[in-house]
Design a protein around this ligand. Structure first.
Ligand code: CMC
Length: 389
């Protein structure tokens, strides 16, 4: 009914209004609830930024303390849910393990599924914030065959996640404040990005009034793809390949420009940013410092910087306004922290969680929300008769 607009990939279609995140892609500006990402990166914490995104304003000291306290109380996973990890193959990628376990939360926590009951929404918010990092760490432990530790609630969210990822039962785990600070910063940078593929997925699923766990599990599946969150893993594979083959960055760039075998410069380009991604700027500025502290692989960083330098001066990239995005340098830092490549997109998911929650909650409260249901232009056979045999 009425005119149908054809807009594949939603290049020009706004599917919602939103008061959460502002992006000016031409100017390279990103703000959460009005606060520039540069200021949040410098002064905030992941927990505080999560509160800001979900509730709309920076918390007072007491509000932050309460939020922290509630999250710490919900870190335990149901013991039966822990059994799930044993059912996956040993070499399973942790992203589908994460999305499956998050989907399964709606079977274990059935008292917080009503999207229109404020208390239940609060409870599922806190449960997800507390349990997703634990699930993520267990997916990692499972893949390396190590035992899963119980969370230690004397630690904050990021400290606990590091201990669950790298600690062993037989020895005390000393939290390295430099690691925690570096990860905290990266999580802030990933915390929201308005209507990207995974967030739009969370909204589309939620628009049918599906519960928060189900909606966010779908978002995790969307994030898995290499054009979205999976790009951070793909960047490291690309750098490794260039290093292993001894290929010159110039030669690799030729392959990209000739679109040989569909090769792309992973970590470059963005649907909205037609300028340097402000998150990439912050990561690049801190990459050297962090890698120096953590003893990261300088050779791969060198290759990345040479690729960037070449790309920024090349007509192919200039004409198409392709700049490094957030994923270009993050993998190198995650690697230096000790995470295997398969965990990179999982780390992105931990960071993006408060954004997904905030967007889902905003949608559920919005009187304009309707079930998401795109139209199509039918191109199939017009009509034909079933043959009489
Ligand atoms: N390397 C080489 N060429 C590229 C790249 C790239 N990374 N990105 C885009 N192009 C070319 C593309 O081939 C097209 O060329 P032409 O006009 O000759 O057909 C032109 O630039 C426009 O690109 P597009 O694919 O139409 O743009 P899009 O808005 O549909 O896609 C994108 C955006 C992010 C999917 C894409 O730039 C891409 O695939 N980048 C590599 C993957 C990546 O780094 N993803 C992370 C995105 S940021 C964080 C996140 O979401 O996870």
């Amino acid at each position: 009914t009425g005119t149908v607009t054809f807009d594949p990939g939603f290049m020009n279609t706004a599917a919602t209004t939103s008061a959460i995140t502002y992006i000016d892609g031409d100017a390279g500006i990103l703000r959460y609830r009005g606060y520039p990402i540069e200021q949040l990166a410098k002064h905030s914490s992941f927990l505080e930024t999560s509160y800001l995104l979900i509730y709309g304003n920076l918390p007072t000291a007491t509000e932050l303390e309460n939020f922290d306290h509630r999250i710490r109380r919900h870190t335990l996973l149901h013991e039966d849910l822990k059994g799930f990890f044993g059912g996956f193959p040993r070499d399973a990628h942790p992203m589908p393990v994460l999305s499956s376990a998050v989907s399964a939360l709606s079977t274990f926590y059935q008292d917080s599924l009503d999207p229109f009951d404020d208390e239940q929404v609060e409870l599922s918010t806190v449960r997800l914030m507390a349990k997703l990092p634990v699930i993520a760490a267990y997916a990692h432990k499972k893949s390396i065959g190590q035992p899963m530790l119980y969370p230690d609630n004397s630690m904050n969210l990021v400290e606990n996640f590091m201990r669950l990822s790298f600690g062993l039962p037989a020895e005390p785990y000393d939290v390295d404040p430099k690691l925690v600070k570096a990860l905290d910063l990266l999580l802030i940078l990933h915390a929201d990005h308005e209507q990207n593929c995974s967030t739009s997925t969370v909204r589309l699923v939620g628009s049918s009034n599906a519960n928060m766990f189900a909606s966010i599990s779908a978002g995790i599946s969307a994030l898995f793809g290499p054009l979205h969150g999976g790009a951070n893993e793909a960047v490291l594979n690309m750098l490794r390949q260039i290093q292993a083959t001894g290929m010159q960055p110039e030669d690799f760039m030729e392959k990209v420009k000739n679109k040989e075998d569909g090769v792309k410069l992973m970590g470059f380009g963005h649907r909205v940013y037609k300028n340097y991604d402000p998150r990439a700027k912050i990561v690049k500025a801190t990459a050297h410092e962090i890698l120096k502290d953590l003893g990261g692989n300088d050779e791969l960083l060198d290759i990345a910087m040479r690729l960037e330098e070449k790309a920024l001066a090349d007509d192919y990239f200039i004409e198409r306004k392709l700049y490094p995005n957030v994923d270009f340098y993050t993998g190198l830092i995650y690697k230096a922290m000790g995470f295997p490549e398969k965990m990179f997109t999982v780390l992105f998911a931990i960071g993006r969680l408060p954004g997904w929650i905030a967007q889902w909650r905003e949608m559920m409260q919005d009187p304009q929300t309707k079930i998401g249901r795109p139209r199509q232009l039918y191109t199939g056979v017009p009509e034909r008769n079933y043959p009489e045999r």
